[in-house]
Ligand binder design. Structure first.
Ligand code: SF4
Ligand code: SF4
Length: 412
């Protein structure tokens, strides 16, 4: 059996703070409380795949300024950055931030595919050129024959191609006025990929906001939140600065996000201008929270008798910590039988770009989650993170954002 304390840790190799002091990385007590919360430990059952062993590596990079072996690097790369370890750590080790700092320090150079992905994320114009081409490709019937050639697998594009559904190619409008009595004005953060591939959720959000009396602004100059860049050792400051500038310029009550992974990143923005970040974050709000707080007493939804299972994304459980809002919103539909998906504390494997970069590990975690979904006998599974919903959707069922379900029960 695995012994939590048997990690071959040599006290003589304890971190020597010769570099700048980095809080937390050297403050791990090696208590092991984080081990069972870690999805990679669940997969591999070895100490190298635990948060505390990764913290040793992070400490080596950030505190000792030592090179790391390729083996240490590979165990570090296996991390999904789910941050479940942070929530159980008695030393409150700031694992996510340390991980990002270390990746940045290692100056990881992306391959051609990574470069293409970063360009797509950064450049709206490139997306608006390539996404219609992808839509044409899906319509053309070329999908099956191309898959058969094995070319997509050779180019490492098979995973991404298999996950993507039909994209929305038209841009969203900049303003969605309400026809109800106007209560205020809010802005919607759309995300980069979600803007095209999760249009259903964005339209459900706009519809619900309009219904409760809010005009919705969707500024076209907004861009990616920067999470994929930051978690992969790339500078995200240009993306961060742009979003802060664009949303701070608007006269709105709140800036709302629909996907929790983007929301988690937006909520942790840092910038040289503290005042600008403060203004941005003061108005930032998860859409589930906003709708619940502003739900009118007289707004009734159609009742329904279906079994709903709630998947709680890691970004929602471990960073935003607002899963309760989803359950509160679902209660607005009379008759729903809402249950929490078992084992919600363990990551589904999506992990942002992890589902593409570590497809084997991700696939194993997804299989565990899908088994749990099957056992739940749910008619519908809801998730507030687009990446998880896309990754968990299969032929047996689509995972949808709770807003899609709620908006579908508006009496129109
Ligand atoms: S729970 Fe915290 S202090 Fe304990 S081993 Fe894990 S990271 Fe270290
Ligand atoms: S962030 Fe998640 S995968 Fe990474 S060490 Fe912590 S628990 Fe494990």
């Amino acid at each position: 059996m695995f012994d939590f304390m048997d990690m071959g840790y040599d006290e003589s190799s304890a971190p020597i703070a010769s570099g700048p002091y980095i809080p937390d990385a050297g403050e791990c007590m090696r208590c092991g409380l984080c081990v069972s919360s870690c999805p990679t430990f669940r997969l591999f059952q070895v100490d190298e795949e635990t948060p505390r062993r990764r913290l040793r590596t992070l400490s080596k990079i950030l505190v000792e300024n030592q090179p790391v072996s390729s083996e240490e690097q590979s165990h570090l790369d296996n991390c999904l950055q789910c941050r479940a370890c942070e929530t159980v750590c008695p030393s409150r080790v700031n694992y996510g931030e340390l991980f990002d700092q270390a990746r940045m320090q290692l100056q990881v150079k992306p391959g051609w595919l990574g470069k293409l992905a970063f360009s797509l994320i950064e450049r709206k114009r490139l997306r608006s050129l390539l996404i219609p081409l992808f839509a044409v490709y899906l319509k053309s019937g070329l999908q099956k024959p191309l898959r058969k050639t094995g070319l997509l697998t050779k180019l490492h594009l098979a995973e991404a191609e298999g996950l993507m559904g039909k994209p929305a190619v038209e841009a969203l409008a900049e303003r969605y006025p309400t026809s109800a009595t106007k209560r205020g004005q809010v802005a919607l953060f759309t995300g980069c990929i979600a803007e095209h591939f999760d249009r259903e959720t964005l339209l459900a959000a706009i519809r619900l906001l309009n219904e409760i009396g809010y005009e919705v602004l969707v500024p076209s100059q907004q861009g990616c939140c920067g999470a994929i860049h930051q978690h992969n050792g790339q500078a995200a400051s240009v993306l961060i600065d742009n979003n802060i500038k664009v949303f701070n310029a608007l006269n709105v009550e709140a800036v709302l996000h629909t996907s929790t992974a983007c929301g988690a990143m937006l909520s942790e923005y840092k910038n040289v201008d503290d005042g600008a970040v403060q203004l941005f974050q003061q108005r930032l709000c998860d859409i589930n929270d906003f709708l619940l707080q502003h739900w009118p007493d007289d707004l009734q939804l159609k009742s329904d008798q279906v079994n709903i299972a709630v998947h709680e994304p890691c970004s929602q459980r471990n960073i935003l910590k607002n899963s309760a809002a989803v359950y509160g919103l679902l209660q607005k539909v009379q008759g729903l039988n809402v249950v929490t998906l078992a084992d919600n504390s363990i990551c589904c494997g999506a992990g942002g770009s992890y589902m593409l970069s570590h497809s084997q590990n991700a696939g194993q975690l997804r299989a565990l989650k899908q088994q749990i979904i099957t056992e739940s006998s749910a008619d519908v599974v809801v998730s507030s993170n687009f990446g998880c919903a896309m990754f968990l959707t299969n032929d047996e069922g689509k995972v949808v954002h709770p807003l899609v379900l709620i908006a579908g029960h508006l009496d129109m």
